[in-house]
Design a binder for this molecule. Structure first.
Ligand SMILES: [Zn+2]
Length: 95
């Protein structure tokens, strides 16, 4: 069962049906694309040495709406050049 790699994020796959539109996304395989994601999660977790595992997933609240698109099968996908929003700053501002 996937859960979001962002520590404070309470999104879990077990209850995502209650939250409309939340999807989980694996980290890009391409290191150039993956690096900004890893950096953003390190900031979120405040763990400078954090590395994603093969099963690491991040949920869709950490992206901007325009970074998503629907695949032909109707799955929510992330655009290749999408970057994570640093949600720590949003959190500090108060959700
Ligand atoms: Zn999350």
């Amino acid at each position: 069962m996937p859960s979001c790699v962002v520590k404070w994020c309470r999104t879990r796959s077990g209850c995502h049906s209650k939250i409309d539109g939340i999807t989980f996304h694996a980290f890009p395989k391409n290191p150039v694309r993956r690096e900004p994601w890893v950096q953003a999660v390190r900031l979120e977790r405040q763990e400078p040495d954090w590395m994603p595992s093969k099963s690491s997933k991040i949920c869709s609240i950490h992206f901007r709406d325009h970074d998503f698109y629907l695949s032909k099968k109707g799955c929510t996908m992330i655009h290749k050049n999408a970057t994570l929003v640093c949600t720590v700053s949003i959190l500090e501002g108060g959700i």
